[in-house]
Design a protein around this ligand. Structure first.
Ligand code: KE4
Length: 425
């Protein structure tokens, strides 16, 4: 028995499914999860000493690679000053100033502890600002596990085949309307049905929780126009795209203005951090200034702020990191596309910048329904082939690959050869 197997057996006795987040259970790929002991640069090492080139990057935070020395030093220095005070601190001010001075349409920002919390709070702020109850989300998009958003969600919900979730009363989701990603008419119909009833439209500006599904031309701009026309708040859930597509995130990358934006992952550099922010007129409805209540014991935690500030400062001061990362992504996913086409394989390669994924289906993937045509058992074979060759991919067809600044083109070229050999069967 490997150490991972032994630890996982113990885990299953005391943690539901042996994991603290469902997708980590490797359930849909039929493998024992590898218990990771350490990670440096583009690599992770498990408890048995096996080393993997990592394409999960903690699901997005590790854009610089694991254990960046500057980030590590900042965390160690912050720890020496104390871990948490439950009081206002300099670092929170610096983090808020950094975000508000860099990202369009974010006049004010509130720190929370996860992407789920950021989205839940942004929805509440939008409802408080508009006085309306209904929200529109897109099938296949995942916005964390707050009750109202667990409706035809992506990520682990999609992987586990749970169309919704047990334990969520109908009352919590009756105001959640589902639309079709990349289909503006499906949104227009909802606004025509509830012209004064929709508080917000929330969208992943690049779908990354049903696998990677980029927006078709005009989709995001169309959402902007509809929200403006009907007085609804447009929320970009940038927990994945924020500070990944570029320093101004999806708003800058696509040139579309949101009213509220949610963050997570990269802004914490691996520490538990989320944030929501946007127009002053909306954010000033949030307590203690306004009537929309939201709070958190560890929100703006000084150690987490130190980690996030260190990572964001590197990204802001070295914009060439994004140029290289996006060029590397274009080359890598473009090469993957070439390999599957040469092999005549029923595989689609979708990508946007450093995000990408391979869908095992012959059908172009543009939304939840087409993503679901993927052959998940074929994906499972692919996953196992790559894992046995030291490549750590998302243990689910419906997740993204995350390239980092630490992945070299030489390493990626070797990965391409492994994919080529798999496609040859
Ligand atoms: P967290 O609560 O997991 O920090 O963030 C929720 C969330 C919100 N919005 C988007 C667009 C997200 O992708 C996420 C979380 N992403 C998943 C990966 N697909 C987290 C992995 C997991 O659940 O373990």
């Amino acid at each position: 028995m490997t150490k991972s197997e032994e630890l996982f057996q113990r885990a299953c006795k005391v943690i539901p499914g042996g994991v603290n987040s469902p997708v980590r259970a490797f359930g849909s790929v039929g493998q024992t999860p590898r218990m990771i002991a350490s990670a440096h640069g583009a690599y992770m090492t498990d408890e048995d000493g096996n080393r993997y080139l990592d394409f999960v990057g903690s699901w997005g935070p590790m854009i610089l690679g694991h254990d960046d020395p500057t980030v590590r030093e900042a965390v160690i220095a912050a720890c020496a000053d104390g871990l948490s005070f439950g009081a206002a601190t300099r670092r929170e001010v610096e983090m808020a100033e950094l975000i508000c001075s860099s990202v369009p349409n974010v006049d004010m920002v509130r720190m929370v502890n996860s992407g789920t919390e950021a989205v839940m709070s942004a929805i509440r702020a939008a409802r408080g600002f508009t006085g309306r109850d209904k929200i529109v989300k897109f099938m296949g998009c995942y916005h964390g596990h707050s009750d109202a958003l667990l409706v035809q969600a992506g990520s682990g919900v999609m992987t586990a085949g749970i169309p919704d979730s047990a334990g969520v009363p109908q009352g919590c989701t009756k105001d959640t309307l589902s639309a079709v990603y990349n289909d503006l008419s499906s949104v227009e119909r909802l606004f025509e049905e509830f012209p004064d009833g929709i508080a917000a439209v929330i969208v992943e500006p690049v779908g990354a929780n049903m696998g990677v599904v980029p927006p078709v031309k005009g989709f995001l701009q169309g959402l902007r126009s509809l929200c403006t026309k009907y007085g609804a708040v447009l929320i970009f859930d940038e927990v994945i795209t924020g500070f990944r597509l570029g320093f101004t995130g999806a708003q800058g990358y696509f040139g579309v203005d949101a009213d509220l934006v949610t963050y997570g992952k990269i802004i914490g550099a691996g520490m538990p951090v989320g944030a929501y922010g946007g127009k002053r007129e909306i954010m000033e409805r949030v307590a203690p200034v306004g009537p929309v209540y939201q709070a958190g014991t560890l929100s703006g935690n000084p150690v987490a702020m130190a980690a996030g500030l260190a990572q964001l400062t590197i990204l802001k001061e070295q914009p060439e990191i994004y140029d290289e990362l996006n060029k590397k992504g274009q080359w890598f996913y473009g090469s993957l596309k070439q390999i599957v086409e040469e092999a005549g394989a029923a595989v689609q390669v979708n990508s946007c910048g450093s995000l990408g994924c391979m869908f095992f289906t012959a059908e172009p993937v543009v939304d939840y329904a087409s993503a679901k045509t993927s052959d998940t058992s074929r994906y499972s074979e692919y996953f196992s082939h790559m894992l046995s060759n030291g490549i750590y991919l998302a243990p689910s067809q419906f997740e993204a690959m995350f390239l980092s600044a630490a992945h070299t083109r030489e390493e990626l070229a070797d990965v391409l050869e492994l994919v080529r050999s798999f496609m040859r069967g």
